[in-house]
Design a protein around this ligand. Structure first.
Ligand code: HEC
Length: 196
């Protein structure tokens, strides 16, 4: 009886110690995943920024608590993750003619830096693939369906990540300079997507 009690105590102590170790490990990881934004960033939307916090990273791709892709900015706002950088470039190749430079909007199409404050990942993907038309409006403004356009769909996550950074106000009206290297997984996925 005495022996059992003792070993139970020992087990409890070991569990406690393990718990402390893993909590410390999680904290260390959180610190590495935290965004280090430009201290002068002026348009931060605290709610969107908190919702887009990365909780894990796999081969250069950052994910939020729901597993949706998100951005990662470090060096006081001077260095961004690969997908955000790629998204910036794709946006300015495929979307800015209608949605304006830096997702600021135009007389023709809405400012996506605002749209992404309320559109979630799956809603964004649905509109991107299927398009959108305001049927109640008298004007003929149409968001084209990009489902068959590989130059858009193969980079859908990249676009989402860049636009999300704009919606959070974590990134301003600038071209990202320094960025992480293109991850091997991104190279493989791109090859499959463009070739298949
Ligand atoms: C030919 C012009 C045009 C191009 C190019 C275009 N869009 Fe659009 N987009 C529109 C219009 C117009 C709307 C508004 C449609 C509506 O609400 O009826 C829209 C709406 C959207 C919406 C929904 C916004 C909201 O607030 O509901 C998203 C998301 C979007 N576009 C993403 C993109 C992305 C990403 C690209 C580039 C790959 C892109 N669009 C390229 C014209 C365009």
């Amino acid at each position: 009886m005495r022996y059992t009690k003792k070993s139970a105590l020992r087990t409890a102590a070991a569990v406690l110690a393990l718990g402390m170790i893993s909590t410390a490990a999680v904290r260390a990881e959180d610190a590495a995943l935290a965004n280090k934004l430009d201290p002068n960033a002026k348009e931060i939307d605290d709610k969107v920024l908190a919702a887009s916090a990365a909780v894990k990273v796999e081969d250069g791709k950052y994910k939020d608590k729901d597993g949706d892709p998100t951005f990662h900015i470090v060096n006081d706002g001077k260095k961004v993750d690969w997908f955000m950088y790629s998204g910036y470039r794709r946006y300015h190749a495929e979307c800015h003619v209608c949605h304006g430079p830096d997702a600021m909007g135009s007389t023709y199409a809405p400012a996506l830096k605002d749209s992404l404050k309320h559109l979630n990942y799956s809603e964004f993907m649905g509109i991107l693939a299927g398009g959108k038309q305001d049927v109640n409006s008298s004007d003929q403004k149409v968001m084209p369906a990009f489902a068959d356009n590989k130059n858009v769909m193969c980079y859908a996550d990249d676009l989402y990540v860049y636009l999300r950074s704009r919606a959070a106000g974590a990134w301003g009206r600038a071209r990202p300079g320094e960025h992480e290297d293109k991850p091997d997984s991104a190279k493989a996925t791109e090859k499959d997507c463009l070739g298949g």
